[in-house]
Design a protein around this ligand. Structure first.
Ligand code: C2O
Ligand code: CU
Ligand code: CU
Length: 565
């Protein structure tokens, strides 16, 4: 009897203790420079305070990968190693880059393979992110915590008096929610019952009494978050998905949807010694917005639906030296695309399932499910296009397009809100509403590799709410090519460190190189390789390999054997 009540007492205190207790916000590591090593793997972490560790997916660390710092104008090289037991892809969300480097569902990285895309950073300073994009597996792999932030810097942003000391007054916030099963393992559901900020439960953080910048990503599977502070103070939106705004926009609430980013400034100058909470005021979300939809039971049931809950508890301490203490009055000038310059309007629809023979798929674009072997649109290179998305769906969907940053022209006929009037790559399409945006497709024509557009609710995307387009060369079409353009030999063979390619033609064009092992499995994938300097084979174990080369003009694939010493 005694023992039992003692045990009961212990459980009670520890439960109460748990509720009051905050965990320090995890701040992802940073990587910078021009060469980035990303090792995707299954791992585990003590996410829940007690009990079993949680099996997670990590990039370099335990979950949620390093924040990558890019400088506009530099060429970045990625070494993405897939050490999962499954295939994956890694998509650079928001980056303007060649389709073959984009990491969409077509750039599959088999287990054990090194994928080495590279590109010149053309994006404006803002917050972007990277995440898996394997068709029908995106939700599962994002649920495990695979992904990370990208922060692009440029000379314009660097000249502004903004906080930019990472983790001190410039703080990354990745918002997700998850369900933990009884054994503390992640459950793959669209709505979690536990808020995770940077994969931290009940997060708290110490910030200095000055202007603090938060880079907020909605990295959730489905939920939108209605951001606000517990004392209803104003915050100032300075950047949308793809760049700074013309001036800070003062707000005390902002609904951020899956895939979107905003950067905000909060003035904590007068708050030393106080605590405030950043919260999701989701009790005010409409029923047709993700997180406002209350399902009493079934797979969509969740404890956070239409509730207000904490995102981050902030403890405000002393100011740092050289603190930013003013919210700037203006930021950058933006030259948006003008509707008058559009060559074409594309009409898309979002609709709830109503096609014969399809059951289970909830939402569709243009009344069709995604087909990875079907190209939905040819977009002529240099086109400026208006995409008009008419939704008859009873639910709101965050629509995302790869390759470009766009300007929203209208939402239900009205101009976009000030905080959405800059560069975007996700636009929320409310239920029963038409949204128009405009974009220019000014680079990266590629007849072989498409870019994607889709709903950024991973569940909807996996279920087929996605399409793809190819950017096509307008002038002469595909150039006819000389027959011998894939005639080459490899040396030295056997080789140890670098493998060189000798072409029997004067102007070879190499599109893609894969190195396969003796069983035919890809171990290395090099899109548009810089083959002139030799291919680094020093890390391959000795044995027989095949180099598979896709010709840039003909797209013909040729395979040659070599031996690694
Ligand atoms: Cu962030 Cu196609 O996705
Ligand atoms: Cu994307
Ligand atoms: Cu959707």
């Amino acid at each position: 009897m005694r023992k039992i009540s003692l045990l009961f007492g212990l459980i009670l205190t520890s439960t109460i203790g748990l509720k009051a207790q905050y965990n320090n916000l995890f701040i992802p590591d940073t990587l910078s420079g021009t060469e980035f090593n990303l090792n995707i793997k299954d791992t585990f972490a003590q996410v829940v305070a007690s009990g079993n560790q949680t099996i997670t997916g990590g990039i370099n660390g335990k979950f949620w990968g390093p924040t990558l710092f890019f400088n506009k104008g530099e060429v970045v090289h990625m070494n993405v190693k897939n050490n999962l037991n499954d295939s994956t892809t890694l998509h650079w969300h928001g980056m303007h880059l060649p389709a073959v480097m984009d990491g969409g569902p077509h750039q599959i990285i088999p287990p054990g393979t090194l994928w080495q895309p590279f590109w010149k950073v053309e994006n404006l300073a803002a917050t972007y992110w990277y995440h898996p994009h394997l068709h029908e597996m995106t939700m599962e792999q994002i649920t495990k915590g695979i992904g990370g932030l990208i922060i692009v810097r440029d000379s314009v942003e660097s000249a502004l008096p903004l906080p930019r000391t990472y983790g001190i007054d410039d703080i990354p916030l990745v918002l997700t929610d998850r369900d933990f099963g009884t054994d503390n393992q992640l459950v793959e559901v669209p709505y979690g019952d536990s808020m995770l900020t940077n994969f931290t439960l009940r997060a708290q953080y110490n910030v200095p009494a000055q202007v603090v910048r938060f880079r907020v990503l909605n990295g959730a599977i489905e939920r939108s978050y209605n951001l606000g502070f517990s004392d209803s103070r104003n915050f100032y939106v300075i950047a949308s998905d793809g760049g700074l705004l013309t001036a800070p926009v003062a707000l005390n609430r902002y609904v951020i949807h899956a895939g979107e980013r905003i950067e905000i400034l909060v003035d904590c100058s007068a708050d030393s010694g106080k605590s405030i909470d950043l919260k999701a005021y989701n009790s005010t979300l409409a029923q047709n917005v993700a997180g406002g939809d209350v399902f009493p039971n079934g797979p969509f049931v969740n404890y956070l639906a239409r509730k207000d809950f904490n995102i981050l508890h902030l403890n405000i301490g002393a100011a740092t030296s050289n603190a930013i203490t003013q919210i700037p009055t203006s930021l950058v000038s933006i030259t948006p695309h003008l509707a008058a310059n559009a060559n074409l309007t594309r009409y898309l629809t979002i609709n709830d399932t109503n096609i014969a023979g399809i059951t289970g798929a909830a939402f569709l674009i243009n009344h069709k499910l995604f087909d990875i072997n079907y190209n939905n649109y040819d977009v002529p290179l240099n086109n400026t296009e208006i995409w008009e998305i008419k939704s008859t769906s009873n639910f709101g969907h965050p629509f995302h397009i790869h390759d470009v940053e766009f300007n929203i022209l209208s939402v239900n006929g009205a101009a976009p809100a000030a905080a959405q009037a800059g560069w975007k790559d996700v636009v929320f399409v409310p239920a029963q509403t038409t949204v128009k945006f405009i974009a220019k497709f000014d680079d990266f024509a590629d007849a072989l590799h498409p870019f994607m557009y889709h709903c950024h609710i991973s569940l909807h995307e996996d279920e087929g709410m996605m399409g793809q387009f190819i950017v096509t060369e307008t002038s002469t079409g595909l150039s006819k090519t000389t027959a011998e353009s894939h005639d080459f030999s490899l040396y030295p063979n056997p080789g140890k460190d670098k493998l060189f390619i000798a072409f029997n033609e004067s102007n070879p064009s190499v599109y893609y190189i894969s190195i396969l092992n003796i069983t035919g499995k890809a171990v290395r994938m090099l899109p548009q390789p810089e083959w002139q300097n030799g291919i680094d084979i020093s890390t391959l174990s000795s044995g027989v390999y095949f180099l598979q080369l896709t010709d840039g003009k003909t797209k013909i694939v040729t395979t040659k054997k070599f031996i690694k010493d």
